[in-house]
Design a protein around this ligand. Structure first.
Ligand code: ADP
Length: 605
């Protein structure tokens, strides 16, 4: 329900207004209008007219001390003041005037009728019109049954020279290849028909947020010179059952009229969720989905309408939607790899002024795991930082700092750590780095800093992978767990006590250890049995346990043992290198930020 409701005014409010207008009208406007019709004359004129027999009707209003009279044809009303005149009645009688009691009322029957009947009716009708218009608007303007509406509000993109093109989307070559075929088909459908090949009716773009799905769809519109209907799944979901379905019908009707064309539905999971027959079913959503399924069956292959949809929760989609003949092709749009990240950085860097020393490949390596949207953000943050320091162009330093801003937040300017705390943080961070460096399989340390950040981190160690990593060996994961426990281990070795600073490390280490046992089949006891299933691959990767309670207990025990074992290893490494640990921590304490190179120099001295 994406309607914004206006505060409702009760109906009585409007009737109140009508009543008020009527009352005001009768008491103020009517007498005033009538007054204007009456012409004031002096008594002498009245006398003359009486003597000449020019008076039609006459009314003596003693209380108001005035005389009203009309001319012979009764077309004009006159008024004059009363004067003491005992013969007046006699003279009027003789002049042939009629004595009347209601000159004003009968003065103009048409005007009277207009004012007292027609005008109020007109006012009522006007207000009625206004009311019904407002009601229609409130009903979403789309109640197909009641008001004959139900239009889809799809945005239509038509070819434009400055629109997004495939070249603006960096990386994602496989996705682009897939979509390029669609573009080619739309340009030249005959080529495909000749061979007898049918284009898929629908393509589903799946991937984590910010990887450029929407952008790719727009690029298809930019490349293919065809109309492009774009709509978000949530726009179909309406307050009233049946309205979403009407919108789907309308969208397809328009699309078929404009074929060849592309219809893009963003976040299709909003309507395409599995119909799981739960008690709390959503009738409106299911009807909309049913309509979509029917419409997709309804248009023939090669009709020229190609449906694109994007989602980051493909597993929640209804199987009927993803079966062949509907969205039969799935285009993965994954997080960019090293090369992809570099290309995305270059694409976005075109918009800003750069100094000569910028090394994109290093930035790309530092930003491992970042999505396209995050990379675009990094570039923009760097440009903002350059402006803040009154520079005309962006330096490598700006980019490196902005990665940290995107990962860990801004530097906290006025967070004041006590000396003791700062020392603990220094040892903690060096603990991570030293454990990582002593196990040669771990990625080299890029930078260590103990400047507090707005995210709450008091310091961190940035590690950088040299290249792409698709697989991780058991040893590598174990080393990673040891590295994560290294911070706490350093506190224990040096201070003999522990702090709360390791909570995030603990969380990550536990997650890794659990995944090793329940998902990667890396424990001897459970062998290659999946004890957990990932439910949300692209949004955080939540997993749910699928095993007996007894097994869970054993898993927990193994997780504890594994982490404990790696923690012990970290403690051992640090105790063996206690001198280096002190030396490095002291250095970091003084400098607050040290680079990987400085770190290695001291370590190898
Ligand atoms: P999604 O729909 O996958 O959530 P978008 O397509 O809306 O993501 O991407 C958001 C922004 O991220 C884009 O406007 C663009 O600036 C940037 N972006 C994402 N992927 C890429 C890419 N491959 N190349 C260039 N820019 C990208």
């Amino acid at each position: 329900m994406n309607e914004i409701k206006q505060p409702k005014k009760p109906l009585i409010f409007y009737y109140g207004i009508v009543l008020l207008i009527l009352v005001l009208f009768n008491f103020l406007a009517m007498p005033w209008l009538l007054q204007r019709q009456i012409q004031q004359v002096d008594y002498g004129t009245f006398m003359t007219m009486t003597d000449n027999g020019e008076i039609g009707q006459v009314e003596i209003q003693e209380q108001e001390n005035q005389i009203l009279f009309t001319n012979k044809d009764n077309t004009q009303v006159y008024k004059t003041g009363m004067v003491e005149d005992p013969d007046l009645a006699q003279r009027l009688w003789e002049s042939g005037a009629k004595f009347s009691g209601e000159i004003v009322e009968q003065m103009s029957p048409i005007l009277n009728f207009l004012l007292s009947w027609l005008l109020p009716i007109l006012i009522f009708v006007g207000i009625g019109q206004l009311l019904s218009k407002r009601l229609m608007k409130r009903a979403g303007g789309a109640n197909s049954m009641a008001f004959g509406m139900g239009k889809s509000n799809a945005k239509v993109y038509v070819k434009s020279s400055e629109g997004i093109k495939f070249s603006d989307v960096a990386g994602e070559d496989e996705a682009k290849e897939n979509l390029a075929e669609i573009v080619d088909y739309l340009h030249n459908p005959q080529k495909y028909k000749d061979v007898g090949a049918a284009m898929p009716k629908g393509l589903l773009l799946v991937g984590p947020p910010g990887t450029g799905k929407t952008m790719l769809a727009k690029a298809v519109a930019g490349e293919a010179n065809v109309p492009f209907f774009s709509m978000s799944g949530s726009e179909f979901v309406e307050m009233f059952v049946g309205m979403g379905a009407a919108k789907v019908r309308d969208l397809f009707k328009q699309a078929k009229e404009k074929a060849p064309c592309i219809v893009f539905i963003d976040e299709i999971d909003a309507i395409g969720k599995k119909r799981d027959g739960q008690l709390r079913g959503n009738d409106e959503r299911e009807q909309t989905l049913n309509q979509l399924l029917t419409e997709m069956d309804g248009f023939e292959e090669n009709s020229g309408v190609v449906l694109l949809a994007a989602t980051n929760r493909p597993e929640s989609l209804d199987p009927a939607l993803t079966r062949p003949g509907r969205f039969d092709r799935r285009v993965p749009v994954e997080l960019p790899d090293l090369k992809g990240r570099e290309e995305i950085l270059r694409v976005h860097a075109k918009k800003i002024k750069l100094s000569g020393d910028v090394d994109f490949s290093k930035i790309a390596r530092m930003a491992s795991g970042a999505s396209g949207a995050e990379l675009a953000n990094i570039i923009n943050e760097a440009a903002l930082r350059a402006v803040r320091s009154n520079r005309k162009y962006v330096l490598q330093e700006d980019l490196e700092e902005s990665i940290e801003v995107v990962i860990a937040g801004y530097q906290k300017k006025n967070a004041i750590l006590t000396d003791k705390e700062k020392m603990i943080v220094a040892y903690h961070e060096i603990g991570h780095a030293l454990v990582a460096a002593k196990q040669n399989a771990s990625a080299p340390v890029q930078k260590i800093t103990i400047v507090p950040r707005t995210s709450g981190a008091l310091g961190y160690t940035m590690q950088v992978d040299e290249g792409n990593h698709y697989l991780m060996s058991k040893e590598e994961i174990e080393n990673k767990i040891a590295t994560l426990t290294g911070g706490r281990a350093a506190e224990e070795v040096v201070f003999g006590s522990v702090t709360t600073g390791a909570s995030n490390d603990i969380e990550q280490a536990t997650k890794l250890a659990r995944a090793m046992i329940t998902r990667y089949g890396m424990s001897e006891e459970f062998d290659m049995v999946a004890l957990e299933t990932v439910t949300n691959q692209y949004l955080g990767g939540d997993a749910s346990l699928a095993c007996a309670a007894e097994t869970q207990r054993q898993v927990d025990k193994q997780v504890v043992n594994l982490v404990k074992q790696e923690h012990q290893r970290a403690l051992q490494i640090l105790s063996e290198n206690r001198r280096k640990l002190d030396e490095l921590a002291q250095f970091l304490y003084e400098r607050e930020t040290i680079t990987g190179e400085e770190f290695m120099n001291i370590l190898e001295r």
